[in-house]
Ligand binder design. Structure first.
Ligand code: UD1
Ligand code: MG
Length: 458
């Protein structure tokens, strides 16, 4: 079986990004451009992956992290793509072939690469090419007019006017036979328009050595587009989002507008899911059957069970939500929260690191943090669990069937025992007895002869 090594070229500075941040770390769909390329590379189960890094190297290495078959190879000076691949030579085994990928071409599909590799062998060189309406800036694929075999790649800056009319271009992605690489790299010269060691010059050498050149094409042109500036980055972001939206719609998800949806991670949906405009899904999100997410919601690492509705402008993070719940509008559910079935969380309510059992309602203007709440609890408007004493966080326990009157504070640690009713405006500092009304309020008084002050009319 053909064993493949992968070399990813990522040493370029990316001047046109006009950023001090390395180009390959700019995010696309919430993760670095280079991580997209690495994920695709890993999907091909290569023997090893060499990343050629240069500009911003330490930052890039830190951001991506280490992995067992990942080899970081420094190219101290960026002397050209041929020079870049040459740096990996010590790590490439003679009996393998090498797939060359670019660190700034994030959307190439693994199926396209598999198709390319299927055409490769230890004794041929296989190029991924594409026909472009406007080939400006790309290396042109020069074919023999009689046999139609590939003879060479000529870079734009070195091309004759006739060669510039060729529309078939080099994507830069290719499969190379390792046993020939040393001899080709030794012969590379930089006497060309850019003074660089071009990887593309090895094609003519291979032809001279009697090596056959095969070509394959990507399924979509956008797969081979690179990111050179922020305009191209934004274009690829939209292209990616469109393809994800398309897949969701094929699975039956109802999207109010596929152009106004952002998935920065993975979204898995059940049947009859509806998503309104301007929603952002980050990390891993799972929506059960018949879940409705209204406009302008952000969900990060959230699991939502069947039938739950999330109303507009809600932000949910690291949370598990049961069936038939009603969340929002304007709800904020923070990490560590679990809501059981039929829980209602209303407007301007913040829940953090809490468990709320089934049937309980926190409908208006409340903060519930570090709380264990039982079933069928009703929390009145403006209730606050005071969980922080300035140094430590404490838990509040609210048992089943509790009713908390509006504008109450529960000073943790405290337990509101089952069936308790708390009168509105109370500050609860001690555990409450079961089934009783507890309230802490100064008695209401009325002063009969009191006169409101008045301004002197003279
Ligand atoms: C290259 C190809 C061209 C092809 C085009 C496709 C060569 C000589 N030309 O041109 O045929 O049509 O890509 O986009 O290969 N890099 C390094 N080290 C270097 C130089 C580059 O790591 O010394 C990396 C860059 O970071 C980038 C990739 O290689 O990821 C391509 O380099 P770039 O300078 O963009 O090549 P192009 O001129 O676009
Ligand atoms: Mg380029």
């Amino acid at each position: 079986m053909l064993q493949i090594d992968i070399v990813i070229l990522a040493a370029g500075m990316g001047k046109r990004m006009r950023s001090t941040f390395p180009k390959v770390l700019h995010p696309l769909a919430g993760k670095p451009i280079l991580s997209h390329v690495l994920d695709t590379a890993r999907a091909l189960s290569p023997k090893k992956i060499c990343v050629i890094y240069g500009y911003g190297g330490e930052l890039v290495r830190q951001a991506i992290g280490n992995n067992s078959n990942l080899v970081w190879v420094e190219q101290a000076q960026q002397l050209g793509t041929g020079h870049a691949v040459k740096q990996a030579l010590p790590y490439l085994e003679e009996s393998d072939v090498t797939l060359v990928l670019f660190g700034d071409v994030p959307l190439v599909k693994s199926s396209t690469l598999t198709n390319l590799i299927d055409k490769a062998s230890k004794d041929s060189l296989t190029l991924l090419t594409v026909e472009l309406a406007n080939p400006t800036g790309y290396g042109r694929i020069v074919r023999d007019p009689e046999t139609n075999y590939v003879r060479a790649i000529v870079e734009e800056k070195d091309a004759s006017p006739l060669q510039k009319t060729i529309r078939e271009v080099n994507t830069g992605i290719m499969v190379l036979p390792n046993s020939y690489l040393k001899s080709w790299f030794d012969r590379l010269s930089n006497s060309n328009a850019q003074g660089e060691y071009y990887l593309t010059d090895i094609i003519a050498m291979a032809v001279n050595d009697g090596i056959s050149i095969e070509t394959a094409n990507p399924a979509f042109d956008w797969e081979v587009l690179g990111v050179n500036d922020k305009i191209q980055l934004a274009f690829l972001e939209r292209t990616y989002q469109q393809s994800v939206a398309q897949k969701l719609m094929e699975q039956g998800v109802m999207l109010a507008d596929p152009a106004r949806l952002d998935i920065r991670g993975e979204l898995i949906c059940g049947d009859n899911v509806e998503i309104d405009v301007n929603c952002v899904f980050e990390g891993n999100v799972r929506l059960g059957n018949s879940v409705k997410v209204s406009a302008n919601c952000v969900l990060r690492n959230v699991v939502v069970a069947d039938g739950t509705k999330i109303d507009p402008f809600s932000m949910l993070e690291d949370t598990k939500i049961g069936e038939n719940c009603r969340i929002g509008p304007y709800a904020r559910v923070r990490p560590g929260t679990q809501l059981d079935d039929t829980v209602h969380i209303g407007n301007f309510v913040e829940i953090k690191n809490s468990h709320i059992a089934s049937g309980s309602k926190v409908n208006h203007l409340s903060y519930i943090g570090d709380t264990e709440m039982g079933k069928q609890v009703n929390i009145g408007a403006g209730t606050i669990t005071c969980n922080y004493d300035g140094a430590f966080k404490h838990r509040t326990i609210i048992e089943d069937n509790v009713f908390i009157g509006s504008d109450s504070q529960l000073i943790a640690p405290v337990t509101v025992t089952k069936g308790s009713t708390i009168g509105a405006g109370s500050t609860i500092t001690r555990d409450t007895p079961e089934g009783q009304l507890t309230l802490s309020r100064t008695k209401q008084v009325s002063i009969a002869n009191w006169k409101r002050p008045e301004k002197n009319k003279n």
